[in-house]
Ligand binder design. Structure first.
Ligand code: FAD
Length: 301
């Protein structure tokens, strides 16, 4: 059996595996796609110590670092079941069952898409999902935020300090964000809020030049010219396959400050957990925490 088996090969999983392997224990990583969300990221400007890098380049160095330690990397393999017996068992989609003394779940999350024409086509060409990451790319420009929940309104407030103008499009008849956020938003001079707005298309040529929506009150179509669209309609953790591991209302795995879950020997890290913020550097930190937590667990059991 493995000592530590990491499920998920994004920055959290890579960090957890390196920290575990450095204890001289048998470590493996199962990844549906090594690199995770970072593979889909163009410019990265907030990986501290590196002023600028690109997703695939960072993933290549994660892979190189992991390989330095002789970690078993099982790429293109999807875990479908976790069961705790004497050891923790992970069953893969292909039927294989792997056993380990401890498991670190780092299966990440995915942004919920609006699924309108133009979204996929202009991803990284004006369509963005992370205001902390991509906000500065739109300095002085006009953007829209799709979604009037807490993350959408936080994004709009954040962006309003950087960009020229923010249009918030909310599908429902009112914003769902906390009142304090709404009050703050309404105090800003360069924000327009449109409720009852159903986004129909993100338009552009080689990059985004506007957004179209239909008013659900009047059925009229509208088009707003702008340079960027932030989609903020939720982050979905990749945790639906876990039934015995405690998750919160958002589906995020609940961890303590050692990265431990409710199942003894099962730890979790990164975007699949109830961490307050979802970023590369934060997921790497929590991956390190979970690996050290798993090591502590092993030397006690
Ligand atoms: P992920 O990166 O999501 O990795 C999850 C891993 O688990 C993947 O290997 C996946 O294939 C695997 N997996 C999932 N389910 C299973 C399963 N059942 N079995 C096996 N493997 C599985 N953050 C920043 O700090 N700076 C940025 O500039 C930035 N830009 C971003 C741009 C975009 C377009 C996106 C989408 C995100 C961006 N982020 C950025 C956020 C950052 O990418 C995430 O916070 C980070 O990747 C989370 O790491 P993770 O390891 O927790 O999860």
């Amino acid at each position: 059996p493995y000592d530590v088996l990491v499920v998920g090969g994004g920055p959290a999983g890579a960090s957890a595996a390196v920290y575990a392997a450095r204890k001289g224990i048998r470590t493996g990583i199962i990844a549906e796609r090594f690199g995770g969300q970072v593979m889909d990221t163009m410019g990265i400007e907030n990986f501290i110590g590196t002023a600028y890098t690109e997703g695939p380049k960072l993933v290549a160095s994660l892979e190189e670092h992991v390989k330095e330690y002789g970690i078993d990397v099982m790429n293109l393999q999807r875990a479908k079941r976790l069961e705790k017996n004497d050891l923790v068992e992970i069953e893969l989609e292909n039927g294989a069952v792997l056993k380990s003394k401890s498991v670190i779940l780092s299966t990440g999350a995915r942004w919920r898409n609006v699924n309108v024409p133009g979204e996929a086509e202009f991803k990284n060409k004006g369509v963005a999902y992370c205001p902390h990451c991509d906000g500065p790319l739109f300095e002085g420009k006009r953007v829209a935020v799709i979604g009037g929940g807490n993350s959408g309104i936080e994004a709009a407030i954040d962006l309003a300090g950087i960009v020229k103008h923010v249009t918030v499009l909310e599908f429902a008849s009112e914003l769902k964000a906390d009142q304090v956020l709404q009050d703050r938003l309404h105090s800003l001079p360069n924000v327009t809020v449109i409720t009852n707005a159903q986004t129909t298309e993100i338009t552009g040529t080689d990059k985004v030049n506007g957004i179209s929506y239909v008013s659900r009150e009047t059925n009229e179509s509208h088009h707003v010219e702008l340079e960027g669209v932030f989609v903020q309609i939720g982050l979905v953790p990749n945790t639906d396959w876990l039934d015995s591991v405690e998750r919160n209302n958002f589906g995020e795995i609940v961890v303590d400050r050692h990265g431990a879950t409710n199942v003894p020997g099962v730890f979790a890290a990164g975007d699949c957990t109830n961490s307050a913020y979802k970023q590369i550097i934060i997921s790497m930190g929590s991956g390190a925490t979970a690996a050290l937590g798993a090591f502590d667990y092993m030397i006690r059991n």
